[in-house]
Write a protein that binds this ligand. Structure first.
Ligand code: C2E
Ligand code: CA
Ligand code: CA
Length: 551
């Protein structure tokens, strides 16, 4: 129900605040007019007493049974002992006469009040049914239409930022914990958002895996951070911790978009964030976005040949010997005009094109240069390269890798590929076959970002993997949540049982390190030891590290 009529009905059926006072005043005024009307038309002997049904029914509609009852009594009294049978002669009514009339007023008032209550109750139920998700009780997409009958309707005029929050891998979550518990999870997410965001924020569940949030404030960075910290907590279902990740899209609400369109834009960015495995993306403008992507890709092609690209290396430390055993190559792009462009901004785009093979080949070549420079200084460390599954699917890629490694005269065992768990799971059968092929060449394999893929661990045993890298999310949460510690511990044990080794990613402090040592973790990587560095800094770091070690 929209517009004026809905407003009037809302005003009558659900009066609040000053509307209650106005309605009481109208009823009093009507009753008084009826009194005057009956008095000046000659008293109760004429038919005009029936006009009392007006205030009685009005009161019962507005205030229900109580309103009908009270107004019935008031009108009964006004037209009873306070009103003569005949105003001209002043003849008094018989008591039974006015009491009976009052009784009828009361019965009519109570009955129509009852009907109004039933109507009110049913209307509320229908509206609730239409505008709320029946499983979670959270307002749904119908609540978007401005509706005077619901409190939580998203308000067009007051929305400045539209957030679309997707729950990643929600089908897996449902499969693991059941639909009912999944709904409990959504409720927890909703309540966390409710209690951490300003009161006027409007939140709806627009699909099974999607929550929309309308924020009144234009400060985009502040609210992205607020929402990220609100969402990134452990969720407990039946005391079992669940690790839920989200992909968020944000769109500014502009006048030329309808509110729904703004949310659809936010949805688009959220889907993109999900695809590229980044926590959030801000919607720019469809044309601008695709223009920027094409522009970025064009710039990248030039960058490959113009020395704008660089590699940084981050050491991995063996906890048993406390020695660096390997380095991971991480791409750096310093654009002369646009400054540093993050790998996560460009790599997902490149993965959609043939350029990914050119890039991975370039990374390999550059890494092998570094490895041979290091070996000249008698520094022997394994090199890990981040590889996209698209690389594996290109038949020539592996052959070119092997040729190049041969050319540098480096033992294949010094090369390791890192493949993200999520990419692996998407194409498990095919990847398993291709990985076995790589393994034939004695190239090491490690599973990156392990744990956030949210899948069963059984697939691990069928893969020729040497190393599992536990995602930094778990290492970060481990010191805060006992349950996460248990998960990390049992993952390490399971991986060891399968004859593989574990790297903990993103180790930033001593506390995390001590816990990992206690759990028998094999290797660590993170800012605590070293940030990714260029080749020269890496060599200096290595020499310095060894100097300290010897002391
Ligand atoms: P990744 O493979 O998970 O790499 C680890 C990321 O965590 C790196 O981000 C690294 O700089 C960062 N990091 C390392 N230690 C810490 C720590 O203690 N704390 C925190 N907060 N972060 C830490 P970076 O370099 O921005 O790379 C991001 C992602 O981009 C990588 O994630 C990888 O998936 C991808 N990537 C980077 N270089 C390449 C490449 O040459 N090829 C491909 N295909 N992907 C790459
Ligand atoms: Ca990696
Ligand atoms: Ca990683």
């Amino acid at each position: 129900m929209k517009g004026k009529y809905a407003k009037i009905i809302n005003y009558l059926l659900y009066p609040k605040g000053y509307a209650i006072a106005i309605n009481v005043f109208i009823i009093a005024l009507l009753s008084f007019f009826v009194y005057l009307f009956v008095y000046y038309t000659g008293g109760t002997k004429y038919v005009y007493t029936h006009s009392s049904y007006l205030p009685v029914i009005f009161a019962s509609v507005v205030f229900g049974v109580k309103g009908g009852f009270i107004t019935g009594i008031v009108c009964g009294v006004l037209l009873g002992p306070l009103m003569p049978l005949d105003t001209k002669t002043g003849e008094v009514q018989e008591t039974l006469n006015w009491v009976f009339r009052m009784g009828v007023f009361v019965i009519v008032g109570v009955f129509s009040g009852l009907m109004a209550n039933v109507f009110r109750y049913n209307t509320k139920r229908i509206i609730d049914y239409l505008t709320h998700n029946q499983e979670t009780g959270i307002p749904n997409i119908s609540a978007l239409t401005k509706n005077y009958l619901i409190k939580e309707a998203l308000d067009d005029e007051n929305t400045q930022l539209a957030f679309s929050i997707l729950i990643n891998k929600y089908e897996n979550i449902i499969e693991v914990i059941s639909r009912d518990h999944y709904n409990d999870l959504i409720k927890q997410i909703y309540h966390n958002l409710r209690s951490n965001l300003p009161q006027e924020t409007q939140i709806i569940q627009s699909a099974t895996d999607k929550i929309w949030v309308a924020i009144k404030d234009p400060n985009i960075e502040e609210y992205i951070n607020k929402i990220l910290t609100t969402l990134n907590v452990s969720y407990y279902i039946n005391n079992i911790p669940l690790f839920v990740t989200f992909s968020i899209g944000v769109c500014r609400h502009q006048n030329y978009y309808s509110l729904i369109d703004t949310f659809k834009n936010a949805d688009m960015s959220a889907r993109r964030a999900q695809k590229y495995n980044v926590p959030y993306l801000i919607f720019q403008n469809e044309h601008f976005e695709s223009f920027r992507n094409i522009e970025l890709l064009g710039m990248f092609r030039n960058a490959l040949y113009q020395e704008e690209l660089n590699l940084h290396y981050q050491p991995k430390i063996c906890l048993k010997t406390n020695k660096p055993i390997g380095i991971e190559a991480l791409l750096r792009w310093n654009h002369p005009k646009h400054g540093e462009i993050k790998p996560l901004e460009i790599i997902p785009l490149i993965e959609e094109t043939e350029l990914i093979n050119t890039l991975s080949y370039w990374v390999l070549k550059r890494s092998l240069d570094t490895v041979s420079n290091l070996s000249k200084l008698d520094i022997k460390m394994k090199i890990s390269l981040n590889i996209s599954p698209k690389n594996l699917m290109d038949k020539n890629f592996i052959d070119r890798v092997i040729d190049l490694v041969d050319h540098y005269n480096i033992d294949n065992e010094y090369i390791e590929f890192e493949i993200t768990e999520s990419a692996l799971i998407e194409n498990l059968d095919l990847c398993a076959k291709l990985l076995k092929h790589i393994k034939d060449y004695r190239i090491g394999l490690s599973i990156d970002d392990f744990g956030i893929g949210y899948s069963s661990l059984s697939y691990l045993s069928n893969l020729p993997v040497d190393i599992v890298k536990i995602d930094s999310f778990f290492i970060n949460q481990m010191t805060k949540e006992k349950a996460v510690r248990h998960i990390v511990h049992s993952t390490i044990e399971l991986v060891h049982d399968l004859g593989m080794k574990v790297v903990a990613e993103g180790v930033e402090n001593q506390e995390q390190l001590e816990i990992l040592k206690g759990m028998n973790c094999d290797y660590v990587q993170g800012y605590l030891y070293a940030k990714p560095m260029n080749e020269t800094d890496l060599i200096n770091w290595y020499l310095e590290y060894h100097k300290e070690e010897r002391i």
